[in-house]
Design a protein around this ligand. Structure first.
Ligand code: 5GP
Ligand code: MN
Length: 316
């Protein structure tokens, strides 16, 4: 049974590295810190490496110990969280490749099962929710600190407990954590509600540029590097922009292109029937049925045309 094997590897490992996907969201950071705090509880030597993350997660227990780089020699064990594909470890896959053993715990249906041990549950609405089972299996006590990290992950990936993927366990788990003193409303406000002034300015630009296609069933917007430079944004300030389009009446697919170093990062969201993970897979990306992304290394007009034409094929 995989959980037994995972337990065995963790017990045998002396030093462990925790990794997650690039451009980490609340599930990525929350899951990483939950496992970090849990393994510390077991007396392990652990490094959690996240080169950059949005500063609204810096209140999470253990965040001040996040490292930008790891140690030179290899780790006994690498644990990769919330990451569907080794390509998404962009820039620091070396810690994964050099580790003696690797574990991949995730909830993406498109996970490529890239590790020695893969524990993937595509039905779970957040990686953090899978970790409840995993941490308990390892005999780790989920108290206020770990609970805060896990709830941050769950809140992020369920859109604040409201997406369809939410299960009864999501609420049972949240109720248990409330009883343990986790301040869910505070976590909710910090990770999900409050945005920086710069994020607000970027949203204004994105809203101004938003266009509709296919009788209002597709919304499209974009931001450029220059916008971010002018506004002086920081990591994560673009989060939430793609949801603005999706929340408009009649929109089935919202598309947001964000200029990055070598082209555009596309974020897609759907409301009812379009599988955006399938669309993003066509462009070498992936994600979930209703939330997915991909990289498009081409100029804006070309990326816009390609992605809209592809989405149109799925609109009823
Ligand atoms: P977002 O639009 O918030 O960046 O990402 C939405 C979902 O799609 C997340 O679950 C994320 O992991 C996934 N995703 C985003 N970009 C990529 C990508 O380039 N490759 C893969 N495999 N998944 C992605
Ligand atoms: Mn996730």
């Amino acid at each position: 049974m995989t959980l037994d094997n995972i337990k065995e590897e963790i017990i045998n490992a002396k030093d462990i590295v925790i990794l997650t996907h690039e451009m980490p969201d609340g599930d990525a950071v929350g899951s990483s810190l939950a496992v970090y705090n849990g393994l510390k509880q077991l007396g392990k030597k652990v490094d959690v490496i996240i080169p950059e993350y949005p500063k609204n997660f810096s209140f999470l227990p253990g965040a001040s110990e996040i490292k930008k780089d790891g140690k030179q020699d290899s780790y006994d064990l690498a644990i990769v969280l919330d990451c569907s594909d080794i390509k998404r470890l962009n820039g620091y896959a070396n810690y994964f490749e050099q580790a003696n053993k690797s574990i991949n715990i995730d909830h993406h249906g498109v996970n490529t099962m890239f590790a020695d041990l893969n524990f993937v549950n595509p039905v779970a609405p957040a990686c953090a929710q899978i970790l409840v089972t995993v941490l308990e299996y390892l005999g780790i006590e989920i108290g206020k600190e770990i609970g805060t990290c896990l709830v941050a992950g769950i809140i992020t990936d369920t859109g604040g407990f409201k997406y369809q993927g939410v299960t009864a366990e999501t609420f049972e788990f949240a109720a248990n954590l409330l009883n343990k003193g986790v301040n869910i409303s505070e976590v909710y406000r910090k990770v999900f509600q409050v945005i920086t002034k710069e994020a607000f300015e970027l949203r204004k630009i994105a809203i101004d540029r938003l266009e509709f296609f296919e009788d209002g069933k597709i919304s499209f917007t974009y931001t450029t590097k220059k916008d971010e430079e002018d506004i002086k944004t920081s990591t994560g300030d673009h989060e939430g922009i793609v949801e603005l389009g999706r929340d408009i009446e009649g929109v089935e697919v919202s598309i947001y292109l964000r200029e990055i170093d070598n082209g555009y990062k596309a974020s897609l969201r759907s409301t009812e029937y379009v599988n955006v993970a399938d669309i993003c897979l066509m462009f070498g990306g992936g994600g979930h049925i209703k939330a997915a992304g991909c990289n498009m290394q081409m100029p804006l007009e070309q990326a816009k045309e390609k992605i809209i034409n592809e989405v149109k094929k799925y609109i009823k």
